[in-house]
Design a protein around this ligand. Sequence first.
Ligand code: CXF
Ligand code: ZN
Length: 378
Amino acid sequence: MATAGKVIKCKAAVAWAPNKPLVMEEIEVAPPQANEVRIKIVATGLCHTDLYHLFEGMHKDGFPAVLGHEGAGIVESVGPGVTEFQPGDKVIPLFISQCRECRFCKHPKANQCVEGWAAERYDVMALEDSRFTCKGKKILQFMGTSTFSEYTVINQIAVAKIDPTAPLDKVCLLGCGVCTGFGAAVNTAKVEPGSTCAVFGMGAVGLAAVMGCKFAGAKKIFAVDVNPDKFEKAKVFGATDFVNPKDHSKPISQVLCELTNGGVDFALECVGNVGVMRSALESCVPGWGVSVIVGWTDMDDFSARPVQLITGRTWKGSLFGGFKSKDGVPQMVKSYLEKKVKLDEFITHNMPLAQVNDAIELMKHGKCIRAVLSVSPQ
Ligand code: CXF
Ligand code: ZN
């Protein structure tokens, strides 16, 4: 590559400050240092967590930053010590790393490697140690990835090499939302064949959770959402029944318990709202019901009555669907290529990165499941 070892000037969407539109800027991307990989991002999805950072988290130390963490691209060059990747490899950036050495990587039940940004920076969500500058200023790296840029530099422990035949404008969705929802059902809830499930929230994560419930053999899958427009889509992923809390005067947990002879076996919360988390728990059957918190929020405490758990329900949480990232993402790419999981059906909009602010508006108003932004030509 003619660019190897040199600073690359390229386009990126920069979030200069909270609550402000992103600005397309020319940025400089330094060459990869030891154990780092410089990646040309081809496509990226827009995920709610990008919006969360811009509009809700708003940690003042998290700006300016290049957002985006659901991307896919091609290795441009590698830094010293990198043996696993070569220029030309197709890759997906990972917002949780897998170093394979730490206590959590070595434990079969955990996916939260301590070597990545996530261990310490959940509040700020953006790393100071980035390879980006713009107009003489350091630009932070959002969630250790920053996929709203034509080029980004990532430590090799946070990059997954994927099948060279994978379409990057589809598999980019496996960088966050689809693995998060699908894995929450399959890996965290461990949905069982013949079971009854309820999934709260029909965004991309909830739809992927529905797909995971179906994949695991659930026989009844309730899709729960206040927006009836989402129900057609939910059916595509395997939902069998729909409940809209707005259509009922009783709490939705009571409605679900009545419809299921005492509660569902598995209930997944895919909204990021503490009230919905409680409803999901209370929709579970006592004795063996399992509820999983998948939606993200770090703003409020949650609450429930202890009797809910004392009587045998289990309340769990799931980050990135419980997948060990470097192992799980290439497997999910394979499953997509084998048509065992859907991706295309999540995509409601395709647009160039330069229109990212339009995509943000659509997502803010619940008008899109996933917008895939094309970043650089392949
Ligand atoms: C995120 C939620 C915030 C913490 C890291 C993982 N999930 C995806 O967007
Ligand atoms: Zn995300």
